[in-house]
Design a protein around this ligand. Structure first.
Ligand SMILES: *Cc1c(COP(=O)(O)O)cnc(C)c1O
Length: 365
C-alpha cells in the first residue's frame, strides 16, 4: 500500500490506524460473524458500538450531562435548515455572524424560515478576519446567535470562544458550526446551546452529522419540521428514530478511540498548533508564497495560501501531485492553494509539504 499526503478539505484523510482496524473487522466484527455494515441498528452489537462512540465523544469534549449527542444525517448544509426549524420557536428573528462562505450560506438558508439579522459581517473586507464580539449588533430578542467558528474555505478561525453571557445575553443560545475544527482544540461546550459538525472533516466518513444540543432547546420544533429532523424526536430515540448511518458512526467511534490513544483533545491541539506554526512561519518568511488571513484569526485546520506568480499554479499542483502531495488546489471562490491539515494529518505530512514548497520556490523563484 502506498498512500499520499492528502490535503483535501473534505472528505478528508483518516488516521491510517483507524483504516487498518476497520479493514481487519470488515468481514467479522468481534466474532459477530458479520461486518458492521450488515448489522441491524437495533441489534445489541450495533447498539453497543453507538453507545461507546457517544460515551467516548462525551469524554473527549467533556460534554456536560445536560447536553444530548445526536447522530444525524444530511450534512452541515441540511442543518442550516434544520436549526431554524427547531430553534426559532415563537421568536421572529435569529442573529448571524458572517465570517466566510459557510456562515454566509447558513444565513441565506435561515431566511426561508424566519427573519435574519446580520449581527456582524466581514464580507466587505474579503472574509479575512473575525469581528470582535464587542461590535456585534445583536437584535433585542433573537432565537439564537449563529457563528461558524472555523471557515473551511476562507481559512478563518475564531481566536476566542464567543461568550454571550459576558455580553449580557446569557439567555440567548449560541449555535456553532464546528464542522472543520471540532475535536482539534479544547472547547467549553457549555458556552454553546448547540454545536454541529459534518463528520467528513475531522471525525469520519461523510453521511454522519453530529449535533450536541442543550436539553432545554429540545421540543421547540415548528409543526412542519420533518419528524426525522426534530431534535426532540431524535434525542428520545437515541438517534435511531430512523436508520442512522451505522458504518459512519462505527468509523467515528474508531476515530474517537484513536484520539483518546493520542492523549485526548488537549494533546492533539498541541500537535495542531505545531503543524500550523510550521506552515505559517514558512509562508511568512517567504517572498514566493503569501497568505491573506489576519494572523490573529488564521485557521489551524485550513490554510489557504497563494503563489505570488499565479501563472505557476498549474505547475505547482502537478509537481506536488508527482511528489505525493494531493488536493492542494484552493476553493474556486478564494483561488490559489489550500492545505487542510486536520487531526489525521501528522506533522510529517506538513514537513513534506513545506520541503516541497521550499524546493519549488528555489527552482522557480
Ligand atoms: C464542509 C462544511 C459544510 C458543509 O457540509 P456538508 O456535509 O456538505 O453539508 C458546512 N460548514 C462547514 C464549516 C464546512 O466545513
Amino acid at each position: 500500500v502506498s498512500r499520499v499526503w492528502n490535503f483535501s478539505a473534505g472528505p478528508a484523510a483518516l488516521p491510517e490506524e483507524v483504516l487498518r482496524e476497520a479493514a481487519a473487522e470488515m468481514l467479522d466484527w468481534h466474532d459477530a460473524g458479520m461486518g458492521v455494515m450488515e448489522m441491524s441498528h437495533r441489534g445489541s452489537e450495533f447498539v453497543s458500538i453507538a453507545a461507546q462512540a457517544e460515551a467516548d465523544l462525551r469524554e473527549l469534549l467533556a460534554v456536560p450531562p445536560n447536553y444530548r449527542i445526536l447522530f444525524m444525517q444530511g450534512g452541515a448544509i441540511a442543518l442550516n435548515a434544520i436549526i431554524p426549524l427547531n430553534l426559532l420557536g415563537d421568536k421572529r428573528v435569529a442573529d448571524y455572524v458572517v465570517t466566510g462562505a459557510w456562515s454566509q450560506k447558513s444565513q441565506k438558508e435561515a431566511r426561508r424560515y424566519g427573519e435574519v439579522n446580520i449581527a456582524a459581517s466581514t464580507e466587505a473586507s474579503g472574509f479575512t478576519s473575525v469581528p470582535a464580539a464587542a461590535g456585534w449588533r445583536l437584535s433585542d430578542d433573537p432565537a439564537y446567535v449563529f457563528v461558524c467558528t472555523n471557515e473551511t474555505i476562507d481559512g478563518v478561525e475564531f481566536p476566542f470562544e464567543p461568550d454571550l453571557a459576558a455580553m449580557g445575553r446569557a439567555e440567548v443560545p449560541l449555535v456553532a458550526d464546528m464542522s472543520s475544527h471540532i475535536l482539534s482544540r479544547v472547547i467549553d461546550v457549555s458556552q454553546c446551546g448547540l454545536i454541529f459538525a459534518g463528520a467528513q472533516k475531522n471525525i469520519g466518513p461523510a453521511g454522519l452529522t453530529l449535533v450536541i444540543v442543550r436539553e432545554d432547546l429540545l421540543g421547540r420544533a415548528m409543526p412542519h419540521c420533518p419528524t426525522a429532523f426534530d431534535f426532540k424526536v431524535v434525542a428520545e430515540h437515541h438517534s435511531m428514530y430512523n436508520t442512522p448511518p451505522t458504518y459512519a458512526i462505527y468509523i467515528a467511534g474508531l476515530v474517537f478511540r484513536w484520539l483518546k490513544r493520542q492523549g485526548g483533545v488537549a494533546a492533539i491541539e498541541a500537535r495542531n498548533v505545531a503543524k500550523a506554526r510550521l506552515l505559517y512561519d514558512f509562508l511568512d518568511a517567504s517572498e514566493f508564497y503569501g497568505t491573506r488571513v489576519d494572523p490573529a484569526c488564521r485557521s489551524r485546520m485550513n490554510v489557504p495560501f497563494f503563489l505570488r506568480d499565479e501563472t505557476l499554479d498549474d505547475a505547482f499542483l502537478a509537481e506536488a501531485k508527482a511528489a505525493g502531495l494531493v488536493q492542494l488546489k484552493g476553493h474556486k471562490s478564494v483561488g490559489g492553494m489550500r492545505a487542510s491539515i486536520y487531526n489525521a494529518m501528522p506533522l510529517a505530512g506538513v514537513e513534506a509539504l513545506v520541503a516541497f514548497m521550499r524546493d519549488f520556490a528555489a527552482r522557480r523563484g
